[in-house]
Design a protein around this ligand. Structure first.
Ligand SMILES: Cc1ncc(COP(=O)(O)O)c(C=O)c1O
Length: 315
């Protein structure tokens, strides 16, 4: 059975600093610099069981590229080439083929290791890859029927505070504060605004809103959002489906009056949003554009759509 975001996760094997080892051996020292100051970068990548039973990683190349970009942004040196690293990701899945016959979530991470302390320290970079079975991030019911979201009281940080082109570990405290506030208030997810009050993104997903004319809007990459790889995929799919997609700024009340709303992310995939701040979105159930897109997305990741075959790397 797939695990939810609150389940304790484990698998058999991990990769740490160039070596495969047992899951329980993947430890680092308490003096790890990144644990104290948050200097690390990571990725979230999904592999899906495809129509012929083989596992395929979705957009591996783009995730590895973003991982290396993230490391470059925060001056972490990675001692492996992108190809070597991609191969390690695939090999980790191959070694646990039986465990991941239905799919897997891959988590590459690189961080400043132990040695010196203090903010000016430059210690060797540690690099790891783990993988586990992670079901629907916002729950199976959320994926099917839609979730309830709350606009956060926490602001998405300015682009000169957060390095938004990077997926940087320390930056996720902002997301965690927003997520926990939303969950403690009884919602499933938080939507964050930027410092000017425009919609940015959810705590771990990009946001899409369908307007009354069926135009789909999502904040542009000039706003403080992660350049989601699912976001990019979904924009292409929607346009190929004949929909107009605009990358523009919009305000929180545009969420309230949207006819459909959905989140995209590697973990959350395409998750419908049926309510924001206690206002029903559209008909309060999954709308036709979201449903069609969701179906298309799952067909693509499971290898049913040859047009998008270049997005899949079979293990
Ligand atoms: C803050 C944030 N925004 C958006 C996303 C979606 O990005 P992607 O589709 O590349 O997973 C994620 C997840 O990685 C995220 O953490």
């Amino acid at each position: 059975m797939s695990s939810t975001s609150s389940t304790v996760l484990r698998a058999d094997r991990i990769w740490l600093d160039g070596k495969f080892m047992k899951w329980d051996e993947g430890n680092v020292h308490i003096m790890t610099h990144a644990l104290h100051y948050g200097l690390g970068v990571f990725e979230g990548i999904r592999a899906y069981k495809t129509k012929d039973g083989r596992l395929a990683v979705f957009r591996l190349k783009e995730h590895i590229r973003r991982f290396y970009d993230s490391a470059h942004i925060v001056l972490l040196k990675l001692p492996y080439s992108e190809d070597e690293f991609a191969e390690a990701c695939l090999e980790l899945l191959r070694q646990q083929k039986n465990l991941f016959s239905e799919g897997a979530y891959l988590r590459p991470i690189a961080f400043m290791g132990d040695g010196a302390m203090g903010l000016g320290a430059v210690n060797p970079t540690r690099v790891a890859i783990t993988a586990w079975d992670w079901g629907a991030y916002l729950g199976e019911k959320g994926l099917r029927d839609g979730i309830r979201a709350k606009v956060s009281s926490f602001t998405r940080m300015h682009v000169n505070v957060n390095m938004v082109r990077g997926k940087i570990t320390g930056q996720y405290v902002n997301s965690i504060l927003a997520k926990r506030e939303a969950v403690l208030a009884g919602y499933d997810e938080a939507i964050m605004l930027d410092i000017s009050g425009f919609v940015a993104e959810a705590s771990g997903e990009n946001v899409f809103a369908v307007g009354r004319s069926d135009t789909v809007r999502t904040p542009s990459l000039s706003s403080p959002i992660l350049a989601g790889i699912t976001r990019d995929s979904v924009i292409r799919l929607l346009r190929d489906m004949g929909r107009e997609v605009q990358e523009v700024s919009f305000t929180r009340d545009a969420l309230y009056i949207a006819s459909e709303l959905f989140f995209t992310g590697t973990a959350a995939e395409v998750t419908p949003v049926r309510e924001v701040d206690n206002r029903q979105v559209g008909a309060g159930k999954v709308g036709p554009i979201t449903r069609e897109l969701q179906e298309k997305f799952f067909r693509v990741v499971r290898g049913h759509e040859p047009k998008y075959a270049e997005w899949l790397t079979y293990i």
